[in-house]
Ligand binder design. Structure first.
Ligand SMILES: Nc1nc2c(ncn2[C@@H]2O[C@H](COP(=O)(O)OP(=O)(O)OP(=O)(O)O)[C@@H](O)[C@H]2O)c(=O)[nH]1
Ligand SMILES: [Mg+2]
Length: 549
């Protein structure tokens, strides 16, 4: 090594190969300066940086903290610059990084799309470009910074390109004002904790209206799980991006939204592959969940019986297992709070063999439960009491109907999946007909495979049923889709031959024209208002007519 070659200081990063020792030394010297907040760089500093850019023939980037100290000098290539991963120490809730980037361009182009993306993904206080001409003379400057949520949905503001010596913005004051504003907006939304604040994302090939309607359901699910939904993002695509599911531009938009809303959780409609989940958690540095995990989480919250808990745990273990392998950051995200309820952190840390053993044990226990239930059922059918089962989409009013018909107190709530355990009540109808009325877990479209498997066991009761009452929420905008989803599941279970009634529930919520429209679609449907006993006479008569003699 020649005498003058100093080691590359830790502060100089990037494409340094091929640089002369003297050039490296000059770059290091940049780290000894203090950079003013007003205007960003002093006159001498602008000339120095422009001259160096010209000398090395590559873009230069200066990451400067709020004290004006240089955190890092990044050497780029002639046409681009790659900012290395930054430390995470400055990452507290909703705040900016506390670093601004000033970088040079060789030539006369201002901030590029790529620059703005860097600002978003690195959560920089601001980004500034200084144009350097072919003589090493500084020319125009242009800066940009993020904006708080605003009516125009503008993610950031970009200044005009202006002669470098006219830039007079106070960069620190601007960044601090922005942070204050972000925090103030936060208080505005009823002091929602970051851990509970959620953005919903739908990416798909279906028509936009369909994606929106499905997001409405995801919204209900999120609220059922106790989350605060701060916003949503929909992207229609011809093909899903295998790595991030979203395109890069949309991902930046999501990041801006998450930053503005201070969202700690992002939930994707549909299922994410383990690697997509990992990649997304990494770039967004937020907890990333998919619809399946959300549903699993709700089931975990609502399971009360031993069997119900076991079924949910089994489904969670099965779904989570492949998503744990080789994960580091995403794992620690998953382990706490939502998305990790049920099998707690310690269980998630068990190695795969132990998880498999646990699954086997649960399966055995569930077998026992199943046998016990079968036994109870056969006792019932020995007694010759016909069974009537309520089935239907979640939140349609099954439990309410059971309550009203039997005056019992099964939990009925305006929440999805309020009921997870089948409940049976013996009731006596007029004319001394006795029946067993059974409430069941609600259905949902695209029920996650592992859950379907787990809950088919609960639904075994249905095989013994003499009559099924399919309860639908007639006032729901997705009524037809929900009825179709339930039909499909019943068919799947081989139950399509059991006599079935369709209760068009929540009839009270419909206007007269809507009633007519619904009856045109479902001419055999029986209007019911489960809350009101008087309105159930037709349904009871229809049930009696279908009972075996
Ligand atoms: N307006 C109106 N609301 C109803 C009617 N029936 C049920 N509800 C309400 O709808 C919500 C859901 O009722 P549940 O009986 O819990 O529905 P479920 O089908 O058992 O739902 P899961 O167990 O979650 O699958 C509750 O807030 C009920 O009060 C009705 O006829 N009219
Ligand atoms: Mg219920």
């Amino acid at each position: 090594m020649s005498k003058g070659a100093a080691p590359i200081a830790a502060k100089v990063r990037g494409s340094t190969s091929g640089l002369k020792p003297s050039q490296l030394k000059k770059l290091q010297r940049l780290a000894q300066r203090r950079y003013p907040s007003q205007g960003g760089l002093s006159r001498e500093q602008v000339r120095e940086v422009a001259g160096l850019t010209h000398e090395v023939g590559r873009q230069l980037g200066l990451l400067i903290d709020r004290q004006g100290r240089l955190e890092m000098v990044v050497v780029g290539e002639p046409g681009r610059i790659v900012i290395p991963e930054l430390g995470r120490q400055r990452q507290h809730s909703g705040r900016l990084r506390g670093l601004r980037l000033v970088h040079t361009h060789l030539g006369q182009e201002g901030l590029s799309e790529e620059d703005l993306m860097d600002m978003v993904f690195l959560r920089l206080d601001s980004i500034t470009v200084l144009e350097v001409d072919s003589h090493g003379t500084p020319g125009h400057m242009q800066w940009a910074h993020l904006l708080p949520a605003n009516a125009d949905a503008k993610p950031y503001t970009v200044s005009k390109r202006q002669p470098w010596d006219r830039v007079d913005i106070d960069f620190n004051a601007q960044a601090e004002a922005l942070e204050e504003e972000l925090a103030r907006r936060q208080e505005g939304i009823a002091l929602q904790a970051r851990e509970n604040t959620t953005l919903l994302v739908s990416v798909g090939t279906k028509p936009r209206a369909r994606l929106e309607a499905e997001l409405d359901e995801l919204d209900d699910l999120a609220q059922t799980a106790g989350l605060h939904v701060a916003g949503r993002l929909v992207q229609r695509v011809a093909r899903l991006n295998p790595k991030f599911i979203l395109g890069r531009g949309k991902l930046a938009e999501l990041e801006v939204k998450a930053l503005q809303a201070n969202a700690g959780i992002i939930i994707f409609d549909g299922e994410l592959s383990p690697s997509q989940m990992r990649n997304l958690a990494q770039v967004t540095e937020r907890k990333v969940l998919d619809r399946t995990q959300l549903i699993l989480d709700i089931f975990a919250q609502h399971a009360t019986s031993r069997a119900g808990k076991l079924q949910v745990e089994m489904a969670q273990l099965k779904y989570t297992l492949p998503r744990l392998v080789g994960q580091n950051r995403a794992l620690s995200r998953l382990a706490g709070g939502i998305g990790g309820r049920g099998p707690g952190e310690t269980k998630l840390e068990l190695d795969r063999r132990k998880v498999r053993e646990r699954i086997t044990r649960i399966r055995k226990e569930l077998d026992k439960v199943r046998k016990h239930r079968a036994h109870t059922r056969s006792r019932r059918s020995d007694a010759g009491v016909p069974i009537v089962a309520l089935v239907g989409y979640t939140n349609a009013g099954k439990s309410t109907l059971l309550n009203t018909i039997t005056h019992s107190q099964v939990v009925a709530e305006d929440k999805l999946f309020a009921t997870l355990d089948p409940t049976s009540r013996r009731i006596r109808f007029p004319q001394d007909r006795e029946v067993v009325l059974t409430d069941t877990v609600g259905f949902i479209r695209e029920l996650p495979e592992d859950l379907r498997e787990a809950f088919l066991a609960t639904l075994e009761e249905l095989e013994e049923a003499d009559v099924l009452i399919q309860v639908a929420d007639a006032g729901h905008p997705e009524l037809e889709e929900q009825v179709a989803a339930v039909d499909a599941i019943l068919q799947d279970m081989g139950l399509e031959d059991i006599p079935r009634l369709l209760a068009l529930n929540k009839w009270d919520t419909l206007e007269p024209e809507a009633r007519q429209r619904v009856l045109n679609i479902f001419p055999h449907g029986l209007p019911t208002t489960a809350l009101d006993k008087g309105g159930l006479e037709d349904l009871v008569q229809a049930i009696l007519k279908r009972l075996p003699a």
